[in-house]
Design a protein around this ligand. Sequence first.
Ligand SMILES: [Zn+2]
Length: 275
Amino acid sequence: MKKMAFNKRSLTTLVRSWANVIGAEAPLQSDQENVPEIEELVKAKTESGKVDRMLIYNPDAIGEWFYEKYKDRFAAVEKHTDIKIQYLTANPPKTPVCFGTMFTGASPEVHGIQKYVKPVITIDSLFDSWARSGLKVAMVAVANQSIPKIFAGRDIDYYLMPYDKQVVEKALELIKEDKYDVIEVYNQEYDDVMHLSHPESFAAKLAAKHYVESFDKLMNAVDEHWQGHDTFVAFSTDHGTHRMLGLGPGMHGSDIPKDRNIVHFYGVKPKANGR
Ligand SMILES: [Zn+2]
């Protein structure tokens, strides 16, 4: 097997572009750099040069290596998206550390979470800047997990559900209701299952399949119910995984390419009548 190198682009660059494409202010302590490909994509696929809706799907723990090895299983994700961007996620690659960075654009030293703990992040985040830009934002996540805990108390609506299945059902309902500008959806089954087995176990692969199926359902709902909007969509994971000592149980949190290299998928679903 070819030796893996670390990806170069920092995950801190993402949030500025997620703010820019919908006309929101970038979080105050975010990286000054953006992701030009995202903004070029939105300009190319919309009449106004901006989107007015966002559907962000955050599946936990799908490393770039897993995608590369099982690419054919991600066909539905690629079908609904236009571009792929590789990132080096935050270090240590633990869930609250990485999602903390994804939604603040700040390094762990700045947002304050540097290990597996889930205090409320007090610096400015995209959830704050989306809301103060006048957008109606829904977070749909598994209760007590990292994202709802570290971004608690924001001026957004929280739908905290027992597990992934109910999260997806609620998100589908909200898409159909057509009243939120931004919906962030978090699923976690793969991360849970791979810790109990390993990243390529039968159960883990099934969990990854559930992510892809859920994303497909969400995208089909956007296609059906948000035709009057330009919608930015994302399949955006937090970190990868590896096996302890090569053959042991699944884990993550090490400063190695398997854990830190991730790939995101982004797309724009333009207004149906526009073009
Ligand atoms: Zn995670």
